[in-house]
Design a protein around this ligand. Structure first.
Ligand code: ADP
Ligand code: MG
Length: 478
């Protein structure tokens, strides 16, 4: 068969909201505590307790809704999603079904330089379940309920993506957005940001969607791409060999790089959703929205455009520098404090600094070189106290973190020599010692010029002002 296939993908992303306490109780949401030390009576679902909605979670959902230009529901309702599982002590999860808090927004992604708008059907608030632990229990399963009741925002996209690459771009853009907004820490290892991918294929040109499968609980950008590509291949092979795709939930096994069936639609739970009688509907008024709108930070795309306009940065630098709010803030502070050309600051931040951070496995907020210190270094390059090349040497010392650029330059005697007399003496000596090369240069071998520059710099330990050296050499070699 040579049908050509079109891939259709919709993602459901779970972002853990960065509240201090849980969505319906006062227990802490901090990660990594001893099992079951952060689950209170409400999280345990003990009889007689009542959930109380955490306003902060609502605020975060509304911030998100505004950032994706969605409708914020003036009236939304919590519902019980009933199912039995050992890590769900109440026997139901509190979620939202018919009336979610956020509806009908969008997110713009960029793949290989092309922009595309992905529709967002809805985003709703819900509580997370606990965790089953399978290690070290001698044939038993342990249950840790610390995560039970942690607030989640489930963000459901339209089936608008057409390749695994677009799905990754969407997931990355969303990841960046929730971190910008400060509503999710985005820590994927800890499960704070994870997704389910719905995947189907259809012959190109066909209007109806094919039957989809759902790939559960993917917690890395690399896995989402691999899992989707695998599933697409499996579906196409299946259809081309005469089979049909059944709607089912599949699990991606990263170790074996394959997807496996978990449960089919026939076995799917009937969740018997109904409005939770313990919780009042959530009413969101104009005042609340106005107040939140005023606090909305500059969003990644707007910031990137501003960096291109105001700092004359190219697409690539602007993209890197706005990839997180903390990196963008760092860069802007360096520009301001150093008074240097933004382009040069951008080169240092995206070049030397990020390379050193990557190598050390550090984030910008943990940078051993503070923005004040980097600005201090760039100031000295900007005012010609040192050359860019010596600057790299000073940067290495700054990384060790004990002194400022001025202190290092002073202590190591790195000041650039602009004293023309001193430079001239060296140049005269080098010309005298290298008469062969002088002949070559004068007979037209321009390349030899670099040799002279190198010799002078070597003699002066890199401290001569390069502009001055070039000018004087040209004069003397005439
Ligand atoms: P459910 O309620 O069963 O989870 P939804 O209608 O909420 O189903 O859809 C869940 C996700 O699946 C959404 O992100 C949606 O875009 C996506 N989706 C729906 N149909 C398809 C399809 N045929 N192919 C790929 N993705 C799909
Ligand atoms: Mg769904």
């Amino acid at each position: 068969m040579n049908t050509s296939w079109e891939i259709v993908i919709g993602l459901e992303i779970h972002a853990q909201l960065a509240t201090k306490s849980k969505i319906f109780s006062g227990a802490s949401t901090a990660y990594g505590a001893e099992p079951n030390t952060q689950a209170c009576a409400v999280d345990l679902g003990l009889p007689g307790v009542l959930p109380v909605l955490n306003e902060e979670a609502v605020r975060m959902a509304v911030i998100f809704g505004m950032a994706i230009e969605a409708d914020i529901a003036p009236y939304s309702v919590f519902a019980r999603k009933n199912y039995f599982y050992p890590d769900l002590p109440k026997g139901y999860q509190i979620s939202q079904m018919d009336l979610p808090i956020v509806g009908n927004g969008h997110l713009d992604i960029n793949v290989d330089g092309v922009n595309k708008r992905i529709g967002i059907t809805r985003a709703h608030l819900e509580e997370d379940a606990g965790k089953s632990l399978h290690g070290n229990f001698h044939g038993l399963t342990g249950i840790d309920l610390n995560r039970a009741g942690t607030p989640l925002l489930e963000i459901v996209s339209e089936p608008d993506m057409r390749s695994a690459k677009e799905a990754v771009a969407y997931m990355r853009t969303m990841h960046e957005l929730v971190r910008y907004l400060g509503i999710c820490d985005g820590n994927m290892q800890e499960g704070s940001f994870r997704c389910d991918a719905n995947v189907s294929v259809r012959p190109k040109g066909q209007k109806e969607f094919g039957t989809r499968t759902e790939l559960k609980n993917i917690n890395s950008f690399r896995f989402v791409e691999r899992a989707i590509n695998h599933e697409v291949e499996r579906q196409i092979d299946l259809i081309e060999s005469g089979g049909t795709v059944v709607q089912e939930t599949r699990l991606y096994d990263a170790d074996r790089d394959e997807t496996r069936s978990m449960r089919s639609k026939e076995e799917a739970n009937d969740y018997r959703y109904f409005p939770d009688p313990d919780l009042l509907p959530v009413l969101i008024g104009e005042d609340f929205k106005t107040q939140i709108k005023a606090q909305l930070p500059e969003l990644p795309q707007a910031k990137k455009q501003r960096f291109k306009d105001d700092y004359a940065l190219d697409e690539e630098s602007a993209t890197i520098l706005t990839s997180s709010r903390s990196l963008a803030d760092y860069f802007e502070t360096v520009v301001k404090e150093s008074g240097c050309v933004a382009k040069m600051c951008a080169n240092w931040v995206t070049g030397d600094l990020l390379a050193a951070l990557n190598k050390a496995g550090l984030e910008i907020i943990d940078s051993p070189v503070s923005y004040e210190r980097l600005a201090g270094l760039l100031k000295r390059i900007g005012d010609d106290t040192i050359s860019g090349k010596i600057g790299k040497q000073v940067f290495e010392e700054l990384w060790q973190g004990t002194a400022t650029a001025d202190e290092i330059i002073e202590a190591k005697g790195l000041k650039q020599i602009t004293d023309t007399g001193a430079i001239e003496a060296i140049i005269d000596k080098i010309i005298a010692d290298n008469q062969d090369q002088v002949e070559q240069y004068r007979s037209g071998k321009d390349k030899v010029f670099g040799f002279f520059v190198g010799q002078v710099m070597k003699e002066m330990q890199g401290k001569a002002n390069p502009g001055e050296v070039n000018k004087m050499l040209k004069d003397k070699l005439k």
